[in-house]
Every structure is written in structure tokens, then in C-alpha cells.
Design a binder for this molecule. Structure first.
Ligand code: NAP
Length: 473
């Protein structure tokens, strides 16, 4: 069957009926799947425990007993919860030679020792089981994948059977992705139970960092002032402290996007080969870089918004007025400081340029944009422009602090200003990158990344690269 022929109409305007598909179960999923199949030109027959009571089924479908429905179709979708699969063993002779599509999910991980699809295959010998559609919701089926995930993940042991399910998925307007043999079913069944797996680490880092910086700044600024001078400046929590924490979290998280790449470069240099697996924590960290970057961008946005309200803040206007009045009263003038003018303009300029490039990095990480770039363009933006962004944002922070680190008054209760803490990770990343791009180191890293291995190192195939002898007997 060719997906192009689906939903075609002949010269008389009639829709061609494709093969008949059977669905066991008239619940939410079965009904939505049946409707979508009918809309795509298939004939649909339902197998139900109570055919006479099955209402609300899509118009044009038939409903009968499981055994009768199975006789009408070669492909049978089992849209029934796993705990009710028992009835299928009594239908073994009716289902002999058919393709059974297991669409089931579980409520919890590790609920059963084997995947639902493998269980089904054991329960009904003589059928070919294909796991598919479990990552597609009933809602996505109804909307034809327009508002939701369009990818159907498929696995199974028989290529022909999988192809039949791929054809159906494509006819329904979905894309199909073959995930291998039926042993992959457990993994597919776990997917709908995951909740933003790649966002968990970045979110935890963001929350912990924000909390730490906030309480650090609270102690240094508000509590210190209260204890030593008896002044209550707790109102600063709302904007000043927030606007201290957000840029710091943003800068540290941006540098954390680039730290694993630099560490990986040093690991490859140390191993003398690129064929050694990275430790799991580094692998996971590298996979989360996009999420780290997007969260860093979100915190950068907050910093920009908080900065924009500074001129209209009551406290700021009050301080300016008091200062100006005191100058007038004392008949004093406000001398123009050329160094300060340079410093503030450079500080703002670095911030604006850094933020501009940061937004560009965020835009190019969107799938619709990154798909239009080739690998070299993508690497150029994410790596080269990414490091320039980090450099500009670090310079912005250095200019903000200026010579404050030289003044003893800045170290309240021996605690350095929060901006100094924020510079540690970016400086480490930039220094590591600087070492990696020096010509002699860069040459070695490039050779290793092109497949060269240092003599005497153990290669991926377990052989000593010097002697080419197997290291394990
Ligand atoms: P449901 O609304 O509870 O419907 C399940 C159907 O199974 C019932 O309508 C019933 O149909 C049949 N059934 C119930 N008890 C039975 C028993 N003891 N013996 C035989 N048949 C029985 O469930 P659903 O939401 O449609 O989900 C069906 C399957 O699709 C599940 O395995 C689920 O994990 C999977 N799935 C669902 C979604 C979704 O969005 N809902 C998404 C992905 C995968 P009859 O009364 O006609 O026999």
C-alpha cells in the first residue's frame, strides 16, 4: 500500500476504501484511532465485549465480537489496557498469522517484569506483535497531529509487519520512526511517563543557584545593614536583590553550557583518542546544554526587564533628588568624570551586545531555524558566537564591578560582592577555551577528533594501538 494513494478520490469523486483495520476496545484511544482511520480512507471494524452497547463510535465503522472482527482484518490494534489482555489468549486461533499492534502504556515504571508488547507476544503465539502509537495521545489522533507530536515510534521483530504499521501511520499524517526490535518496547513504554527529562538538571541548577545568590545577597546587603547600622533596607529585596541574582544565574548557566565541551576536549587529549566513552555525567551534561542555554537566556531577559525599570524606581528618584538638592544647597557642581563615562558606556555596550548575541543563540536553537542551517553554520553560531557571547557578558560583569574588589568596604563580613562569585565559572571556561585554541593544543585536538589515536592507547576495539594486539584474551 502506498501512502500517496490514501484519501484519493476517483473520477466520480468517491473515496477509495483502503484495507480494513480492526480495533479491539471502544475506549478513548480506540474511538480516536478509528475516526482518524476512517477519515484517511480505511474501513474500520471494532471488536468489543458488548457490541450492542457500543455507542459514540465513529460513523461508518462496524462493531462486532472480538472473534468476528479479527476475521475481517489483517492488522489488529489492541486498544485495551494491559491488565485486560487475558481474553486475547482465547482468540489465538482467530488471530493466527495477524499483525497485533500494541498501543499500551503503563501507569508507573517497572510495574511489570517484561514490556506489554513482549507479554502480548508470549500470550498469543502465532501472531506478529508490533509496538506503535503508544506515544501518540487520543487527542493527537483526533487533531491529526496538527497540534501535537507527529512522530510514531515503532518497534517489532518482523520487518514486513512493521512496514504495514508504518504505512498506516503515514496514511494518518504521522511520521514513523523505526526503533528496532520488540526488545525496545520497554523503552517506548517508558517514554510517555517521562516528565521533561532533559530539563530536570538545568532547572535544578537554576533553582539552587538563584536561591544561593539571593540569600547570599540578602545577608551581605540587607541583614548586614540592619545588624551593623540599624538601617532597614528590606524593600531592596523586590528589585535590587532580584536584579542581582538573575544576571548571575544567567552568566553562570551560560558558562555551564560551554564547560562540558571544554572538559570533553581535555579528556580527549588525556585519553589520546576520541573513541573512549565520556563518563555518564558528562554525557548527560552535554545533552542538557540546549536547556541550560534557554534557561540562561530566560534569566538574562529578566535581568533586562528589571534593569529597564531602574530609572522609574521611587528609591532611585529619591536618591537623585536628594543629591541634586544637596548640590544646590552647598552651591556645588557635579564634575564630569571622563573615566566613569567610558566605564559606564562600555559596561552597557557589552551588556547590549552580549544580550543581542544571546538572543541569536536562542533563536538558532529552535528546531525550525536549526533545521535550515548546515552543520558548519550551526557549529559556528553555537560554538564561536556562543564563546563571544560569554566573553561579552563576562566583560559586562567585570566593568560592572570595576575596581570594587580593591576596596575593603566591599567585603562585608568577609563576603566578597556577589558579582565576583559570578565570574569564577565563566573565567574558568574562557581560560580552558584559550588553552584549547592555542595552536599546539588545537592541532592535537583536531587530529584526535578526525580519528587519530595516540600510540599505546587502547582503541575502541580493545586493541593496543601500538602493537594492535588484543588486550583482553
Ligand atoms: P479506555 O478508555 O479505558 O478503554 C479501554 C477499552 O478496553 C474499553 O473501552 C473496553 O472496550 C476495553 N476493555 C475494558 N476492560 C476490558 C476487559 N476486561 N476485557 C476486554 N476489553 C476490555 O482506555 P484508552 O484510553 O482507550 O486506552 C486504551 C489503550 O491505549 C491503553 O493500553 C492505553 O495505555 C493506550 N493509550 C491510550 C492513550 C490515550 O490518550 N488514551 C494514548 C496512548 C496509548 P469494550 O467495552 O468495547 O470491550
Amino acid at each position: 500500500m502506498n501512502s500517496d494513494s490514501v484519501a484519493m478520490t476517483d473520477l466520480s469523486g468517491k473515496m477509495h476504501k483502503l484495507e480494513t483495520v480492526c480495533i479491539f476496545g471502544t475506549g478513548d484511544f480506540g474511538r480516536s484511532l478509528g475516526l482518524r482511520l476512517l477519515q484517511s480512507g480505511y474501513s474500520v471494524v471494532y471488536g468489543s465485549r458488548a457490541p450492542k452497547n457500543s455507542l459514540l463510535l465513529p460513523k461508518g465503522s462496524k462493531v462486532m465480537t472480538h472473534a468476528a472482527a479479527a476475521c475481517d482484518a489483517h492488522v489488529v490494534f489492541v486498544a485495551v489496557q494491559r491488565e485486560h489482555y487475558g481474553f486475547l489468549s482465547s482468540l489465538a486461533s482467530d488471530l493466527e498469522g495477524k499483525v497485533l499492534v500494541d498501543v499500551s502504556n503503563n501507569l508507573k515504571r517497572g510495574l511489570y517484569p517484561e514490556s506489554n508488547a513482549e507479554y502480548l507476544s508470549r500470550l498469543v503465539p502465532g501472531v506478529t506483535v508490533v509496538k506503535a502509537f503508544n506515544t501518540i495521545s487520543a487527542w493527537a489522533l483526533q487533531s491529526g497531529g496538527l497540534d501535537a507530536n507527529r512522530q510514531v515510534l515503532i518497534c517489532g521483530d518482523c520487518a514486513d509487519a512493521k512496514q504495514q504499521v508504518v504505512d498506516i501511520a503515514q496514511s494518518l499524517g504521522f511520521t514513523a520512526l523505526d526503533r528496532g526490535s520488540l526488545r525496545a518496547a520497554a523503552e517506548l513504554e517508558d517514554l510517555p511517563l517521562q516528565l521533561f527529562p532533559l530539563w530536570r538538571l538545568p532547572l535544578n541548577i537554576a533553582i539552587c543557584l538563584t536561591a544561593f545568590i539571593f540569600f547570599y545577597a540578602l545577608t551581605r546587603d540587607v541583614i548586614y545593614e540592619r545588624v551593623t547600622n540599624g538601617k532597614d533596607i528590606a524593600f531592596r529585596i523586590m528589585i535590587s536583590l532580584a536584579n542581582k541574582a538573575f544576571p548571575i544565574v544567567s552568566l553562570v548557566m551560560l558558562s555551564l553550557c560551554y564547560l562540558p565541551g571544554a572538559l570533553a576536549g581535555f579528556l580527549q587529549l588525556y585519553n589520546g583518542t576520541k573513541y573512549h566513552r565520556f563518563p555518564d555525567w558528562l554525557d548527560h551534561w552535554m545533552l542538557c546544554r540546549k536547556q541550560l542555554g534557554l534557561l540562561a537566556l530566560a534569566f538574562g531577559f529578566l535581568h533586562v526587564l528589571y534593569t529597564l525599570v531602574i530609572p522609574i524606581r521611587y528609591y532611585v528618584r529619591y536618591r537623585i533628588n536628594v543629591y541634586t538638592i544637596s548640590l544646590v544647597k552647598d552651591n556645588n557642581t557635579y564634575e564630569f568624570d571622563n573615566t566613569a563615562a567610558w566605564r559606564y558606556d562600555s559596561y552597557y555596550s557589552m551588556g547590549i551586545l552580549g544580550f543581542g548575541l544571546f538572543v541569536l543563540l536562542g533563536i538558532t536553537s529552535l528546531p525550525s531555524v536549526s533545521n535550515s542551517l548546515n552543520w558548519r553554520e550551526f557549529c559556528f553560531v553555537q560554538s564561536k558566537l556562543g564563546y563571544i557571547t560569554l566573553l561579552l557578558c563576562t566583560a559586562h560583569t567585570f566593568l560592572y564591578g570595576w575596581d570594587r574588589f580593591l576596596k575593603p568596604a566591599s567585603y562585608r563580613w568577609w563576603m566578597p560582592p556577589a558579582y565576583m562569585l559570578s565570574l569564577v565559572v565563566p573565567c574558568v571556561v574562557l581560560i580552558l577555551k584559550l588553552i584549547l585554541i592555542t595552536p599546539c593544543v588545537d592541532r592535537n585536538v583536531t587530529r584526535i577528533r578526525q580519528g587519530w589515536e595516540r600510540q599505546g592507547k587502547i582503541s575502541a576495539n580493545g586493541r593496543d594501538t601500538k602493537t594492535n594486539h588484543p588486550l583482553i584474551a
